[in-house]
Design a protein around this ligand. Structure first.
Ligand SMILES: C[S@@+](CC[C@H](N)C(=O)[O-])C[C@H]1O[C@@H](n2cnc3c(N)ncnc32)[C@H](O)[C@@H]1O
Length: 273
């Protein structure tokens, strides 16, 4: 019999890294390869920090490409998984809202799959960019890939109606019902997802939210923190349809549901640090 009770979990997927990789497979390391391509095209040096590194698979890919990589995340479960399953990089605990891993010690900082959007408030965004500025050497690169807030201007196809999904992991079918809503005043995309597993366990409700950042807002923020925006576009990228492949160059539009940014630390910040 199915229970009607629902257990709360902060984030089922980040608490279960293996489940995360099963739910969001990237067998050909598209995200890592896209990132390495950005780093190479803009001549980044070898020292890379992957903030919000998750399971470590992108950090390990960059390590395999010859870079000296540090992966940072706030989830101990993710860090433990990364150390065991994606060795090579150093893995450290750090909060992307404000971290200090040394001054001028990285040539590039990467932040993939909307990790940056866990900065919900303006203060958290300032904290993140100030930390990036401290961590990067002069001329260092910031490469980030995330949802595009602008996609939700005038489009409601992803909102309101619950969508069902399912996938099998270790012989158990996991089903999810996901509802996305927009909190306009806070500029947050809120997600409620209820998981049920075919093993008779209690349903789990997970709530999370992402900041809805708009392309021009991101440009303004980066400039205020001393970055020059080199690329800002909606694809091709590792999570676009069709996806990025070797040799494809960045597009010129910023309208679709993913946003990709490459920026170089060149100047003085006018924003709070
Ligand atoms: C959607 S996952 C992306 C993981 C990885 N970058 C990838 O592309 O597979 C977001 C990651 O951000 C981490 N995260 C969320 N809030 C964070 C914070 N305040 N500081 C550091 N990491 C955070 C989560 O633990 C999770 O691993």
């Amino acid at each position: 019999m199915t229970s009607t009770r629902t257990a709360r979990a902060d984030n089922l997927l980040t608490d279960n890294p293996e489940l995360y990789e099963a739910r969001f497979p990237d067998p050909v390391r598209l995200a890592g390869r896209w990132t390495e391509d950005c780093l190479r095209r803009h001549g980044a040096g070898p020292r890379v920090l992957d903030v919000g590194c998750g399971t470590g698979r992108d950090a390990a890919h960059l390590h395999g490409a010859g870079r000296r990589v540090t992966g940072a995340d706030l989830s101990e479960a993710m860090l433990a998984h990364a150390r065991t399953h994606h060795p090579g990089p150093d893995y450290v605990s750090a909060d992307l809202h404000g971290f200090d891993l040394g001054q001028g010690v990285f040539d590039a900082l990467v932040c993939l799959d909307s990790a940056l959007l866990y900065c919900h408030t303006n203060d958290q965004l300032d904290g993140f960019l100030s930390s990036c500025r401290r961590a990067l050497t002069a001329g260092g690169l910031l490469v980030a890939e995330m949802r595009n807030g602008a996609y939700f201007l005038g489009r409601t196809d992803l909102l309101g109606t619950p969508t069902a999904g399912e996938f099998a992991w270790r012989g158990t079918v996991h089903r999810s019902t996901t509802t996305l809503t927009v909190d306009r005043a806070a500029q947050l995309l809120r997600r409620t997802r209820v998981w049920t597993a075919g093993d008779g366990s209690e349903p789990v409700e997970q709530r999370s939210a992402w900041r809805l950042l708009f392309p021009q807002e991101l440009r303004r923020l980066l400039t205020a923190h001393g970055f020059e925006v080199l690329e800002l576009h909606d694809g091709p990228g590792p999570r676009t349809e069709p996806p990025w492949r070797e040799g494809l160059l960045p597009g010129r539009t910023a309208d679709a549901d993913r946003l990709h940014v490459v920026a170089r630390l060149t100047g003085t910040a006018t924003a709070p640090s």
